[in-house]
Design a protein around this ligand. Structure first.
Ligand SMILES: [Zn+2]
Length: 343
């Protein structure tokens, strides 16, 4: 079958489009004819180094996707032809974390495109519990984006961040998939979102989507802007994946008892802790990555209710995956870069 796979680590020269063995459906698996996927930072990480992630080469890329059911068990709750998306974490089902329902913390989790062959191929076979019917109002590309980007943002904003209507959230680096998803979810909840970017056009786009304030860095001072907007109170929640470069501003922007949720560290992972500020102001620092299957169920219901649509920046056919990865590296996109796995 046709697939996009890695033969090593480095640049686009290790990313190939070619033949890979088709998966054999195991009992209780669902075989899916893939249609769409979107790119995530981890795809670049796997291409560039993959360090610290146990995997074998060659390996098919892609952590998420949307496709149609081609074969399943009669008791799977699915029907042939159903449009479905994949929860990317194949968990063990028996460890302490799986048993308490937080399968994303599974000690033996195998993620598509990281620890095992991924979704950028004609066919994928995964356990039925990882397959969920996609909301029918979404395009294949929009649906594909939910199970990683929006799920990550959902766990950050709702589960970890506990954001409530009329509260205020500060989202750093608007434009990336997770930050745009966090803005959509926060806006749908009825919270006030403040966003930052170095690019004025990204701020304009975010304000069109409901952001209450755009902070143009480095021209505007983040903390001063936040304090002016919140009448010197500070925000209830900070969502960030930038790390070191914004840590100080993030901590100083929080209200007493506020929460910071982080899911990345692109600018460095050793910021000053500022412990005195943390304990005196009783701040909470929470790490987050992806989300569990129950959270994906909850997210899909929330999306249906609010008719929420992931933002797709552009779609590339499979044979232009190198161009798609280049756009991802340049970080010029607003929202998601998608791959058409049928073209
Ligand atoms: Zn487990």
């Amino acid at each position: 079958m046709k697939a996009i796979y890695l033969s090593g680590h480095g640049g686009n020269d290790v990313v190939h489009i070619g033949e890979r063995p088709a998966p054999q459906r195991q009992p209780s698996d669902v075989l899916i004819h893939m249609h769409a996927s979107t790119l995530n930072q981890v795809d670049l990480y796997m291409r560039n180094s993959g360090a610290g992630i146990t995997h074998q080469l060659p390996q098919t890329m892609g952590i998420e996707g949307f496709g149609h059911v081609a074969a399943c068990d009669a008791d799977s709750g699915l029907a042939l032809g159903d449009g479905v998306l994949l929860h990317p974490g194949i968990s063990c089902g028996t460890c302490e974390f799986c048993l308490r329902g937080d399968d994303v913390l599974c000690t033996r989790i195998a993620l598509l495109g990281e620890h095992r062959d991924g979704a950028w191929s004609e066919w994928v076979s995964v356990p039925a519990r990882n397959v969920m019917r996609a909301p029918s109002y979404l395009s294949p590309f929009e649906a594909a984006a939910l199970a990683v980007t929006h799920l990550t943002a959902w766990r950050m904003v709702v589960t970890q961040g506990q954001l409530k209507p009329r509260q205020t959230v500060l989202i750093f680096g608007i434009g990336g998939g997770v930050s745009v998803a966090a803005l959509q979810i926060a806006h749908a909840i009825g919270a006030h979102a403040i966003v930052t970017s170095r690019h004025a056009h990204k701020l304009t786009h975010a304000q069109d989507m409901g952001a209450a304030l755009g902070i143009h860095t480095p021209h505007d001072d983040v903390v001063k802007s936040v304090m002016a907007f919140t009448q010197k109170r500070g925000v209830d929640l900070v969502i960030e994946n930038v790390g070191e470069a914004v840590w100080g501003e993030a901590m100083k922007s929080l209200v007493r008892g506020g929460r910071l949720v982080t899911c990345g560290a692109t600018s460095g992972d050793q910021p000053p802790a500022d412990l005195r500020r943390i304990f005196i102001r009783q701040l909470q620092i929470l790490g987050s990555t992806l989300g569990n299957r129950q959270e994906l169920h909850d997210l899909l219901a929330f999306c249906e209710q609010h008719q929420l649509r992931p933002v797709i920046d552009r779609v590339f056919p499979m044979h232009q995956v190198h161009d798609a990865l280049d756009v991802m590296s340049s970080a010029t996109q607003f929202g998601k870069i998608a791959l058409d796995l049928t073209a």
